[in-house]
Design a protein around this ligand. Structure first.
Ligand code: HDE
Length: 714
């Protein structure tokens, strides 16, 4: 493996370093290859197969289409190293998938700091306005295996690697700001309870089963995260439309060694948006790749997503000042108590070249911190600091995975770690120990004052008796789920209730059902009653110990206008059999595309101006649906061998039922009527001309979902 000096120099400038200040300015100091062709660090590792002959792994040109046989009809020979090498490599292609977060997608981008934040942290990537740091982000679901569907209801991973000029820094976060448990030692129990049953490996990527709810209801620390997952946050519209959170409390450490507690936040600049459960379920079958496709397409079209990185900062003496413990990862700090301080913007703009080499082999660790960032004593975080490195040794099979191109820091590595499987570096130092005199004392020891040595908070102290227990300050599991629930719109509250009804209706055990109702009742008697009703059970009498009417901002996924409709998708339903229908759809498409909306014209057959057929189209693919004139005849029960019975009407009606804006041009209004879409209600747009329709429809896309269409208990 080689690292090119000119690639590093180019990274140096991306990192915001002047050529003179860049540590790679002296190629000799690096002793690595100097023939780089591109500023992309990873380019030096890429293999271009566009010319040349097929070779074996060791380089000789070969023919690999027939095995070597003893006679034309004879058996294959053991000496056929070409056959053996090819088959053997194939036999070893798979590595263990991640124990959790196996299903995911990632992309490259850049973080740009808004300013010099040395007044709060010594982290160099936050040290100057406009300073740029390359990043790679991987999004994921938690429970499903690598081949599971994207739109399973789940917590979603949001892991970010910053390739800073002082080493790699990872925020290994989620799209939900809290976690199910408070002590890392319970993580295997949590995961065993949500993963498929041990006997028949059912269900895949789902919590709607006995063991998950058995654990949730026996371990009420799960309730807060569970509430977020049962609301829209568990089924985001896309990775681009969700926030990210560091979850655990970390510390910012300043140059003088003083520190404060922080919580990391990534706020989506696309706006938060969620699917509704019925469409998420349909998507699980129709398009298991929905989220990865969305991210890929947005980046390919030049509309890569952005997030603002922010922190909540709290004095360490205030760890218990808010009525909960800042070391407890099941709690948010409501923004009313600690405002978000914005630090910079993260933009994703480049798709990976090779999924395995980049997205699969990236190894994030909460322990990848840089100067200026430190851990807290949060017992979940402490356990995470062990687990990621450990599981990665298993996945990679050896200790040198940090040398893989996607993991390699963009700065030189000097230490006395040696050998091991897959060692890529050729160390020239014959004295790999410290202290030494024979190598001139190198590599030198950096300290806080010499060589910008890495340090964790020098002031940290711990004391106390050894105990296997959690602090009583971690005991309240019910107030914050209630805070979350109180902060949702009534429609979202109903979605949450519906999700709980769906999940609990799958529970077989009467005991587990009763335990669930008892826990819900501690959050809210109203919730317990509404879930119990659907289960045909009586709810317990109110238990008001933790009831309150407080609310907080920023937790809901419905009810706020999206800041942009760019990249949202609209399906225009047309007919190739009706003169002018496809042309009118094309006119609407051209107009919407001027505003960045992605439009698919659907008709019976593929033809000029038609992007998709009815047989392959579905409302899950669109954020809004419009019928063009001439297509109305397809909705009145007309049968055709070209599409499944009723498909045009199904696309329109599903879009309506799932709360999406729908519409019709001119006489296509008939289509709405024939499938029962109530013309004249909110989010249903009928206009004679394209311009008028676009105005209404775009407002509808901004609103995203018309939640009044969903029936509510009250
Ligand atoms: Fe993880 N987690 N986790 N987790 N986690 C892993 O590490 C673990 C937790 C998160 O895209 C694993 O390399 C323990 C919280 C993400 O590659 C594993 C505990 C949060 C990813 C592991 C937690 C996360 C992982 C599996 C409780 C949000 C995917 C593969 C103490 C802050 C990163 C791997 C990627 C992955 C352990 C809890 C986020 C098994 C023991 C809290 C986003 O080591």
């Amino acid at each position: 493996m080689y690292v090119s000096v000119s690639a590093l120099l180019a990274w140096g400038s991306l990192l915001g370093l002047s050529q003179a200040a860049c540590p790679y300015a002296d190629p000799a100091a690096l002793g690595r290859r100097e023939d780089a062709k591109s500023p992309d660090f990873l380019n030096d590792f890429k293999v271009d197969d566009s010319k040349g002959y097929m070779t074996s792994d060791v380089g000789g040109p070969i023919e690999d289409q027939f095995s070597l046989k003893a006679g034309i009809r004879g058996s294959t020979l053991l000496e056929d190293f070409i056959f053996r090498q090819k088959i053997q490599h194939f036999d070893h292609e798979r590595v263990p998938e991640r124990a959790v977060h196996a299903r995911g997608a990632g992309a490259h981008g850049t973080f740009t700091s808004y300013g010099d934040f040395s007044d709060i942290t010594a982290a160099s990537f936050l040290g100057a306005a406009g300073k740029k740091t390359p990043v790679f982000v991987r999004f994921s679901t938690v429970a499903g295996s690598r081949g599971s569907a994207d739109t399973a209801r789940d917590v979603h991973g949001f892991a970010t690697r910053f390739y800073t000029d002082e080493g790699n820094f990872d925020i290994v976060g989620n799209n939900i700001p809290v976690f199910f448990i408070q002590d890392a030692i319970r993580f295997p129990d949590l995961i065993h309870s949500v993963k498929p049953r041990p006997d028949n490996e059912i269900p895949q990527a789902a919590t709607a089963h006995d063991s998950a709810w058995d654990f949730f209801s026996s371990q009420p620390s799960t309730l807060h995260t569970l509430f977020w997952a049962m609301a829209g946050n568990g089924i985001p519209r896309s990775y681009r439309h969700m926030d990210g959170f560091g979850v655990n409390t970390f510390r910012f450490v300043k140059e003088d060694g003083s520190s404060k507690f922080i919580k990391w936040h990534f706020k989506t600049l696309q706006g938060k948006a969620s699917l509704v459960w019925e469409e998420a379920q349909v998507l699980n079958g129709k398009n298991a790749d929905f989220h990865r496709q969305d991210l890929w397409d947005a980046i390919e079209s030049g509309n890569g997503p952005s997030w603002e990185l922010a922190v909540q900062i709290v004095d360490e003496e205030k760890a218990l000042a808010f009525g909960f413990d800042l070391l407890d990862p099941t709690k948010i700090i409501p923004v009313e108590l600690a405002p978000l301080k914005k630090l910079g913007v993260l933009k994703l703009d480049r798709n990976p070249t090779n999924y395995f080499a980049e997205t699969e082999q990236i190894m994030f660790q909460p322990g990848h911190v840089v100067r200026g960032v430190d851990f807290s004593d949060d017992p979940l975080l402490q356990g995470r600091l062990f687990s990621y490195l450990d599981t990665q040794l298993n996945r990679h099979g050896g200790p040198n995975f940090e040398q893989l191109p996607i993991n390699l820091p963009r700065i030189p590595i000097h230490n006395n770690n040696r050998d091991g499987a897959g060692q890529n570096f050729i160390h020239t130092n014959k004295y790999p120990y410290t202290p030494n005199t024979l190598n001139g004392g190198f590599p030198q020891q950096a300290t806080r004052t010499t060589g910008r040595g890495f340090f964790t908070a020098p002031g940290r102290t711990v004391s106390g008796n050894l105990v296997r227990a959690l602090s009583a300050t971690f005991d309240d599991h019910w107030s914050q789920p209630r805070l979350f629930y109180n902060s949702l719109t009534p429609a979202e509250q109903q979605f949450l209730i519906n999700a709980m009804r769906f999940e609990t209706a799958h529970i077989q055990s009467a005991t587990v059902k009763q335990n669930v109702l008892a826990q819900l009742n501690r959050v809210s008697n109203d919730i317990a009653v509404r879930v119990a009703t659907a289960l045909g059970l009586a709810a317990p009498a109110p238990d008001g110990t933790y009831y309150h009417d407080n609310k907080t901002a920023g937790v809901r996924t419905f009810g706020d206008k999206l800041p942009s409709i760019k990249t949202l998708r609209v399906g225009v339903l047309a007919s190739t059999a009706a003169a002018g229908s496809v042309a009118q759809a094309g006119e609407l498409k051209a107009r919407l595309e001027r505003d960045g909306v992605v439009v698919t014209v659907v008709a019976e057959v593929l033809a000029k101006g038609v992007d998709q057929t009815y047989s392959a189209a579905d409302a899950t693919g669109f954020d809004g649906v419009v019928v063009a004139e001439g297509a109305e005849g397809l909705f009145a029960g007309k049968k055709s061998p070209l599409f499944p019975a009723g498909r045009p009407g199904q696309v329109l009606l599903d879009a309506y039922r799932w709360g999406k804006p729908v519409g019709a041009l001119g006489k296509a209004e008939k289509a709405l009527k024939s499938v029962g879409v109530p013309v004249g209600t909110a989010g249903v747009f009928v206009e004679p001309g394209v311009e008028g329709l676009v105005k209404g429809l775009e407002g509808g896309l901004e609103k995203f979902r018309f939640t009044d269409r969903f029936p509510r208990d009250k």
